[in-house]
Ligand binder design. Sequence first.
Ligand code: SF4
Length: 199
Amino acid sequence: MADIIYTYNNNVYFNITNRCTCKCIFCIRNEHDTLGEAKKMWHDHNPSWDEIKAAIDAFDFSPYKEAVFCGYGEPTCAYDNLILAAKYMKELYPDIKLRINTNGLGELFNKKPIAEELAKYIDHASISLNAPNAERYQEVTRPRFENAFKDMIAFSKKAKNLFESVQFSVVDVISAEEIEASKALSKELGIPLRVRTFS
Ligand code: SF4
């Protein structure tokens, strides 16, 4: 069984699913099979709620101020378990801030609005902008959906008004000009941008 909860650089993360709607060209899953202190990141089967709950019950969260839904997959692809886990964490640890790292395509995948419910239990959202325009987004993110950029942007605009904070990210696999254009777009949307280094 792979790690459902793992630590990395003194932070704690949830790996609740390996499913994803994208095939990003920079995805760490293409390079490494483990991360941080995790022994195994690829699940033999995507964890059930009972397995996720057991992992939460067994883990000592006392040193942490934040826990992140991230993992080796897109957390909103396990939407019901994501909500159950976030809700349970808030019951057990109301002082721990929760963050989701998401590709922003969870509404497309789940075929329903999810931003409002997510923001009820999760404090912060980091959304993969990945590119400054629709064409490059399809090339860099390689989503299973056509024209997914506009849906990711629509989700981000909603999220901005619902979560305590929202941040965009791009990875420096795109050109310097594209990073500048991403900064301009982020500014226009009023969402700060983090530029991540490809590793
Ligand atoms: S959205 Fe995340 S998990 Fe999915 S392919 Fe992109 S980087 Fe990898």
